[in-house]
Design a protein around this ligand. Sequence first.
Ligand SMILES: C[S@@+](CC[C@H](N)C(=O)[O-])C[C@H]1O[C@@H](n2cnc3c(N)ncnc32)[C@H](O)[C@@H]1O
Length: 264
Amino acid sequence: MKHHDITASNRAAWDEAAPLHRAHNQADLLARFAEPGHSELDEVETAVLTRLGVVGKDVAQLCCNNGRELISVRNLGARRCVGFEGAAGFVEQARELNAAAGLDCAFMLGDVYEIPTAYDEQFDVVTVTIGVLNWMPDVDKFFAVAARLLRPGGALFIYEQHPIMDMVEPGAAGDPVAWNYPYFRQGPRVYTEGLDYFGGTTYEAKPVYEIQHTLSAVIMAGVKAGLGLSDFAEYPHHISNTWYNVERQGPQLPMCYTLVMEKI
Ligand SMILES: C[S@@+](CC[C@H](N)C(=O)[O-])C[C@H]1O[C@@H](n2cnc3c(N)ncnc32)[C@H](O)[C@@H]1O
């Protein structure tokens, strides 16, 4: 299957999911962002970004969904903030949240692989968080996009679920931890249950294609894009909206990681 067809099918699935996520989340988020300085970032994300230093910096977020993290980064003191997102419904939600916060973040609609060159070397920090890399059919090309957006000396910050999680069938807290997939899986995992991981409704959705990238493939994609490793950590806590089965059962797995790579 061509990469373009994978991203097109996934975009259609995200377009379907956007109104469902809105129904579940938007009213609460609008109220929370009306509070000055509100942040939706967790402790780990806040700590790494604070260490990196975002105050007065220009920050881009790739595949930013409803923008809640980028708006939070603006509230941490970042200067220009631009979010890039492929699903129109989420861009609309992000712009509403930004307006509720009285801020000036920009949210651009389009395929992350096709971000215009006008954005090249415009940012000190590029962020990629929680459930993005698994939508990327070409992880090398994705890192190349992130690298070209950075100014020399700028940093790419990734906060992602650990790829070892992709070996286990996702499930609710009591569900068995079923090791159904190899770490070195070839080809995407395809499903049609939809992407309402907030409300939990299932429907006959457009096919979703998730791609597994090993940790070494992720780090080497950064190296190939001209980025140097400056910080890497693995954690035991859960950051996805799935795999609640893994969280409390069996031996402790690494469930997520942070990675910072700097443009040399
Ligand atoms: C699970 S969300 C992660 C974002 C954010 N961290 C969050 O928790 O809301 C993944 C987002 O990536 C976007 N996305 C996936 N593939 C994309 C692409 N090729 N170009 C732009 N956005 C894309 C989807 O539309 C979706 O909003």
